[in-house]
Every structure is written in C-alpha cells, then in structure tokens.
Write a protein that binds this ligand. Structure first.
Ligand SMILES: *[C@@H]1O[C@H](CO)[C@@H](O)[C@H](O)[C@H]1NC(C)=O
Ligand SMILES: *[C@@H]1O[C@H](CO)[C@@H](O)[C@H](O)[C@H]1NC(C)=O
Length: 466
C-alpha cells in the first residue's frame, strides 16, 4: 500500500500535468501543410480520411473511384487507422457537417476545425499512450525507488519527438506506440496472448510497427521453447490463433472480396513509390550519398534489398532473444527503435537531448545505473559532444544557405549525423541486451504468485484517481 501510494506521488501528477500542458502549447503552433494549397499536409490527409470514411462504403475506402481520387491523400494506412478516421469523422460531422462534406471540405482551414483536430490527437494520446506508460512504471521492478519510477514515466510522456510530431506536425503516432506499449505491458506481466493481440492491433493501426515485429515474434517463440514439449506446442498454436483471429477481426470488412483485400495490401506496401520520401536518418539515405543506389536498381528490387538487410541486421539480437527470452533483453530490443524511430529528424533529436538535459538537471538525484566513475564521465562527455554537434548543425542549417551545387546538403548532413547516433545506439543496446540477466523471469514468477495483475490493477488505478 505504502509503495503504491508513494509511487503515484506528486512527481507523477506533476509529470502528467506538465506533459498535457506542453502538448497543448505545441498544438497552438501551425500544423504540417498549413496554408499550403493545393495538397496541404498531414493535417489535411487526416481530415480527408475522415471525409472519405464517413461518406463512402467500406469497400471503396482504398479504391480509386470518381468519388475517391487516390492521388489526393489516398488512404494508405491499415484498417484500424481508417476506423479511427471514421469515428473522428462522425464527431466532426456532428459538430459541423461542412467539415466532412465530400470534395467541398478539401483544404478546410478554420480556427474551430483546428481546435477539433488538435483535440482528437489529445484524446487519443490520453486514452491510448498515457495509461500503459504510467502502469508500466508502477509495476516495473527497476528502478525500485517509487520516485525514480515517477521520473521515468514522466520522461516517457515528455519524449519531444512524439509531442512535436503528433501535436505539432500532426499525426496519431501516439496510438500505434501506445498499443505497442500495452503489448509490452501485458508481456511484462506474463499475459503473452493479450500482448500478442495488442501488438497485432498496433500493426493494424500503423504498419511501420513491422519494424518491431521480429523481436516480438522471437520473444514469444522463445517463451514457447522454454516450456515442456507439449505445452510449448500448445502455446505456439494458441499464439497463432490469437494473431490470426485478431488480424481477421481488424480486416473483417475487407475480407468479403479477394480483390478488396489485395487492393488494401497494395495501398499499404506501394513498392512503386520509392524509399526516399522523407530524408529521415536511415541506412539507405546515408548509403545513397556514397552509392547512387537509386540509379542502379529498380525500386521494387531496392525494396526487397531494404527488407532483406533490415532482417539481417536484426538477426543477432533476435536469435539471442530466441535463445534466452529474458524480459529485459526484450525491452531493450524493442523499446529503443520505438523511441528513436520517429524522433530522428534532427530538430526533434536536438529537442530530445535538450529535454533530457532539462529533466536530468531538474531531477539531479535520479539514478539510472550510471554511478560508476569513468564510464559515467565518458557518457557525460559523449552526451555533451552530441548536443554540441546538434546545435552547430542546426545553427548552420538556419544561417548558411547550401551551395547551389548541393541544394540538399543540410538534410543529408543531418541524416548522416543522426545515422551515426543510430549506429552507436544500436551497438550500445545490443551490448546491453546480450549482458541482460535472467532475473526478470523470477520477477515474472513473483508477479504471478502475488497476482498483482490484474486484480489489484483496478484498485491501483482507482487510488491514482482519488
Ligand atoms: C484515380 O482516378 C483519377 C480520376 O478520378 C485519375 O486522375 C488518377 O490518375 C487515378 N489514380 C490512380 C492512382 O490510378
Ligand atoms: C461550419 O464550418 C464552416 C466552415 O467550413 C463555417 O463557415 C460555418 O460557419 C460553420 N457553421 C457553424 C454552425 O459553426
């Protein structure tokens, strides 16, 4: 009791309120594509999906018809996103029917509509992303001090990349990330089937989550491998049933005709569209500076190469998970891209570091296991170098025009810089994963013994509300 009460102490209340406040502040800024006809940006894309889903029958959502021009922000996210759009679309229509009127509502930009759109993100964030973050740290064994748990939860609520992209730029990443966190929360409590179901939900909200699919798959398979033969087989079958059942549930309206389902798949994986859409930091962008890949291979074969190398790069950590499915190992190989994937554009990365500086300053006593002497100093030094590099790049980007021969110089520099960080963190997290201990298994046993979840879960949430 005492632990629970102090775990949800003032620090956590403060963190949640600060996270909400910062989100609403950012939402006052312009969104992606504001005042930029004829295509506008992500904000208009999301609004357009509300218009399409509210007005057209389900089987036409992903199809090019006279009423649905796919060249104008055609729906290219999985079904759960479409259902979310439908839900928001109904609310929009109820508030002001002109907001979802077919064709006429394109490029709508009014104060009240912006307020509505911002509110939909805030609601999704609070309902889907906040609860697993808070619950995860309340249940988590490390760090043991309640105060540190509150700080860790606050840090995860303040991830600048997430705040900036969702509440500034305009996206609903909080939903797919939140669903993935629910999945991790369930796994960490030993509810593997629920975890698998929620990860499938996340995949069916945003297929970018496929990047995390291999660790999930290997972790779950590894837990089956640890059981006795028959029990293991049974678990594999159960997991398969859950995955197939959940997917079928999400896709149900599109499964009536083979043609319709194939059309949705073609929209989700458009191999003809190219890999360079945004100059985010990934291997391809960095490599393309040295090798002009694009001109050497056709786009579809590039997509295969990209998929293949992503798999290869994941193999060591996945095999390790398969052999030793410790929860700590699992969290490291999934949580890390989770936090970095969307925050890799350099201004976001800078803000992330700056926020870390601020938060580390504010909570000076926080122990994250960085106590030991020279290692601590090396880390601090690298941290300072990294932030300085960020600052220099940003200032140069803002102040110096790129040479006319290389108009893309700044994005490419950002890309290389971010990629070097990505590489460093990959090495670092692989090291952490391989050194992770087996103690989480006993933690899991303890949790099941104490039956902390879910029976007292509700009482804990109640406590928090009081
Ligand atoms: C979709 O249809 C529109 C006309 O309604 C056409 O201009 C456009 O090229 C089509 N797009 C695709 C991707 O087929
Ligand atoms: C509905 O929105 C339109 C803008 O699309 C605006 O002109 C109109 O005044 C709004 N109606 C109401 C009742 O607020």
């Amino acid at each position: 009791m005492g632990l629970v009460e102090s775990a949800v102490d003032d620090a956590l209340y403060f963190g949640v309120l600060l996270a909400l406040f910062l989100r609403w502040c950012i939402s006052l800024y312009p969104y992606s594509g504001a005042g930029k006809p004829p295509m506008f940006g992500d904000y208009e894309a999301q609004r357009h999906w509300m218009e399409i889903t509210v007005n057209l029958p389900v089987e036409d959502w992903y199809k090019n018809t006279t009423k649905n021009d796919l060249l104008y922000w055609g729906l290219d996210y999985p079904p759960l996103t479409a259902y979310h759009s439908l839900l928001c679309g109904y609310v929009a229509k109820w508030i002001n029917s002109s907001w979802t009127e077919l064709f006429w509502s394109r490029g709508l930009e009014t104060y009240h509509h912006k307020l509505f759109m911002r509110a939909t993100v805030a609601v999704a964030d609070i309902l889907v992303y906040f609860p697993p973050v808070i619950l995860y740290w309340i249940f988590c064994k490390h760090p043991s001090r309640p105060r540190d748990k509150a700080i860790c939860a606050t840090l995860m609520l303040l991830v600048p990349g997430l705040i900036l992209i969702d509440h500034g730029h305009f996206q609903y990443n909080c939903v797919s990330l939140g669903l993935t966190l629910w999945a991790i929360l369930f796994l960490s409590q030993g509810y593997d089937l629920l975890g698998a179901a929620f990860f499938v939900f996340a995949l069916n909200y945003k297929h970018m989550e496929l990047y995390h699919a291999l660790p999930f798959f290997c972790y779950l398979l590894g837990t089956c491998n640890r059981k006795k033969f028959l029990e293991g087989i049974l678990k594999v079958l159960l997991l398969g049933a859950v995955v197939i059942g959940t997917t079928a549930l999400c896709w149900a309206p599109f499964l009536t005709k083979l043609d319709t389902s194939l059309q949705v798949l073609r929209r989700l994986f458009p191999f003809d569209r190219g890999l360079y859409e945004d100059k985010v930091a990934n291997f391809w962008c960095a490599l393309s500076v040295a090798v002009k890949l694009k001109s050497r291979f056709s786009i579809p074969s590039l997509a295969y190469i990209s998929g293949f190398t992503t798999m290869i790069a994941m193999i060591p950590s996945s095999l390790h998970l398969l052999a030793r499915p410790t929860l700590q190992g699992f969290k490291i190989s999934s949580l890390f891209p989770l936090l970095l994937k969307d925050g890799l554009v350099i201004p976001f990365f800078c803000l992330l570091l700056l926020y870390l500086v601020i938060v580390f300053k504010a909570y000076g006593h926080m122990s994250l296991g960085f106590r030991d002497g020279w290692k601590q100093r090396v880390k601090t030094l690298m941290f300072v170098f990294s932030v300085t590099g960020c600052g220099i790049l940003t200032v140069v980007h803002l102040a110096v025009a790129p040479p006319s021969r290389y108009p893309d110089l700044h994005p490419v520099l950002n890309c290389l810089y971010s990629f070097s960080h990505y590489l460093m963190f990959t090495v670092y997290f692989h090291k952490l994963q391989f050194c992770a201990t087996d103690e989480s298994i006993t933690a899991k046993e303890q949790f099941t013994k104490l039956k902390i979840f879910p029976s007292s879960c509700s009482s804990k949430t109640k406590l928090k509300v009081e």
